[in-house]
Each structure stands twice: as structure tokens, then as C-alpha cells.
Design a protein around this ligand. Structure first.
Ligand SMILES: Nc1ncnc2c1ncn2[C@@H]1O[C@H](COP(=O)(O)OP(=O)(O)O)[C@@H](O)[C@H]1O
Ligand SMILES: [Mg+2]
Length: 319
């Protein structure tokens, strides 16, 4: 039995999802017989951690602070073992621009893109280069903030006239944005869990929007507007290739414990490309990783137990 602090909530835009992930993790940890304290992450985080003095922290945070390495850095400083990826892997996952450069350099297919920060537009006249970007990426184009999740700020630009508003929306979430080639095709996700035999790709999940021609990515995340199919209805070799790519990304970014990689499959060419990796994907009842684990026969409690064991083993190895 360990004293476990479940870190949840926080100030990120994904606070509500995190509270649900955290509650589910708490229940599992209690069933496993641990002494569990939930900490809603805020200004008193360090004080609370000193007070609770946990043997290990289960990080059930999503988005800014919790998934970008900030909380992990504090846990390192305080010498508290914690679940999932370390600081540098979190940074690589959270910054989509960095992630895409790393993938491109490593030969992992990712949709073409250009990225700019706000100062490029404000101080360097980057708007004047939009026609070149648009010509190279071809319409439609997807515009998104470098660091966000749950499709927040992800916009679809059908024509040049749509680009300025899409940029404004993306810049409202982050000082850095990317313009990415749109992939017309299927939306896939592969979760990875580090099992006894090493990092293992779970069955592919497909997100199927209920409405045709559905380009409001944010709305897709609302419950009931998207169906999730697991295992996705794919030829065996395509599923295996998606799993192989996801494992490559997991290793490239140096993830630990578990993660989820989002991909697209081009309807016309069949090509698979990687959009991004999530260092702490959702762990709610309806989240993709738990669904995929279920399809693999890995119960949620067993998943939580494994992730906790790994966190303690990593700390032991470092000591
Ligand atoms: N280049 C793209 N082509 C087609 N659809 C995209 C593209 N980029 C994002 N999307 C859609 O938006 C969703 C969210 O984008 P993603 O890059 O995974 O960011 P996040 O999940 O962090 O918000 C994807 O799952 C997909 O449905
Ligand atoms: Mg995603």
C-alpha cells in the first residue's frame, strides 16, 4: 500500500476533463487498497504536497501546467515520484510545433506545416507571406495553436478569406500557431501502455463524426457528436502500421508509462500521418485510452496499478 496523491483539476482549459480523469483514477487506487488524497492543483500545490507527503503522485492533469512539464518539474524538485512522462517528454508532446519538427527530422510522416509566433505577424509582417504558405499547403488548411488540447482553437480554413479569423482564434490560445495541410480522411488514435513486455500499442480507436462534412473540430469533442469505434475497422496491415508509428513517436519523444498518439489516414492515398502525441491523455469513462485498454483486455484498475508501479520503479532506479 502506498500513500498516493492524485493531482487533478488545475487551471487549464481541460480542467473539467481532468477532474473526471482524477475521480476515476482515485476510485481505482482505492480499490487497489492505497491511501489516496486528491489535490486540486492550484497556488497551494507545493504546500499541499509537503502536507500530504505522498509516496507517489498520480498526475491526472491535462493541458497547460499538468501536461507540459511544469508540475513534473516541481515534483522532481520535491523528490516525489510521479506517474507518466518526465519533464522533457511532456515538453516535446505539448508543443505541437516542436513535436512536428522532431517527427519530420526523424522521418515520421506528419502533415506539412508552417509555424509562426505572434511577433512574426506583429513585427515582421508575416501576414505578407500568407499567400506563399497557402499556396504550398493548398486549401483547405487547418490552423491551430501550438499548445492546446481537446481541439480547442483548431480551425478549418476553406479559403484565404477564412485564414485571418482562424489565426485570431488560434492566437487567443497561444503565442505560437501552426498552419497545417488538411488531411481528408479518418481520425485515428493509438494509445501506448508500458506493460511488462515493454511499451505496447493498444488497438486503434477511430473517431467517427456523426455528421458528414463536419469541420467544427471543437464541437466534435462534445459528447454525442462523435462515435468511437475500437478496434477501428481497418485492414490488419494498416492497423499494424498505425501502431508502429505510434510506438516510434512514443520512443522518439521519450514518453514513459503511457501516452496517446493521434493520427490521420488520408482517404484518397491511404497514407498515415501523425498529428500529435498526448503525454497525459484523458482517463475518463469515455476517453480513448481506457476504451482501447478494455478492447485489449486490460482492465482500468490493472492499468492504474501498472502505471503506479512504473513510477515507483523509476524513482527507485534513480535513487
Ligand atoms: N491536419 C489536419 N487534417 C484534418 N483534421 C485535422 C488536422 N489537424 C487536426 N484535425 C482534427 O482536429 C482534431 C484535433 O487536432 P489535434 O492536432 O489532435 O489537436 P488537439 O487534440 O491537441 O486539440 C483531430 O483529432 C482531427 O479531427
Ligand atoms: Mg488530438
Amino acid at each position: 500500500m502506498s500513500r498516493v496523491a492524485v493531482l487533478e483539476g488545475g487551471r487549464s482549459l481541460e480542467r473539467q476533463v481532468s477532474l473526471r480523469s482524477g475521480a476515476r483514477v482515485q476510485d481505482a487506487l482505492e480499490r487497489l487498497g492505497h491511501d489516496v488524497t486528491a489535490i486540486d492543483v492550484g497556488a497551494d500545490l507545493v504546500a499541499r504536497l509537503r502536507e500530504v507527503a505522498p509516496d507517489v503522485a498520480f498526475v491526472a492533469l491535462h493541458g497547460r501546467d499538468g501536461e507540459d512539464g511544469t508540475v513534473q518539474e516541481l515534483l522532481e524538485l520535491l523528490g516525489i515520484p510521479y506517474t507518466a512522462s518526465g519533464v522533457s517528454a511532456c515538453i516535446r508532446c505539448m508543443d505541437k510545433v516542436l513535436a512536428k519538427h522532431l517527427m519530420r527530422d526523424a522521418g515520421i510522416p506528419t502533415p506539412d506545416f508552417y509555424s509562426f509566433n505572434e511577433t512574426a505577424f506583429k513585427e515582421l509582417g508575416a501576414a505578407g507571406a500568407l499567400p506563399e504558405m497557402e499556396e504550398r499547403l493548398e486549401f483547405p488548411i487547418v490552423v491551430k495553436p501550438a499548445g492546446q488540447g481537446s481541439a480547442l482553437g483548431v480551425k478549418f480554413a476553406r479559403t484565404p478569406a477564412d485564414v485571418p479569423a482562424a489565426l485570431v482564434a488560434a492566437f487567443s490560445y497561444d503565442r505560437k500557431v501552426l498552419l497545417e495541410r488538411h488531411v481528408a480522411g479518418r481520425d485515428l488514435a493509438v494509445s501506448i501502455v508500458d506493460l511488462e513486455e515493454g511499451p505496447t500499442a493498444l488497438p486503434v480507436v477511430e473517431a467517427v463524426p456523426r455528421e458528414e462534412d463536419f469541420y467544427d473540430f471543437e464541437a466534435r469533442y462534445e459528447i454525442g457528436r462523435t462515435d468511437f469505434v475500437c478496434p477501428a475497422d481497418l485492414p490488419a496491415d494498416v492497423a499494424a502500421e498505425a501502431q508502429r508509428l505510434a510506438l516510434d513517436v512514443y520512443r522518439l519523444f521519450g514518453c514513459f508509462g503511457f501516452a496517446r498518439v493521434d493520427l490521420m489516414r488520408d482517404a484518397a492515398s491511404g497514407e498515415l500521418t501523425v498529428l500529435e502525441a498526448n503525454a497525459i491523455p484523458g482517463l475518463t469513462e469515455t476517453s480513448l485510452l481506457p476504451q482501447a485498454a478494455d478492447a485489449q483486455g486490460l482492465a482500468f484498475d490493472a492499468f492504474v496499478a501498472r502505471v503506479l508501479d512504473l513510477a515507483l520503479a523509476r524513482a527507485g532506479a534513480a535513487a
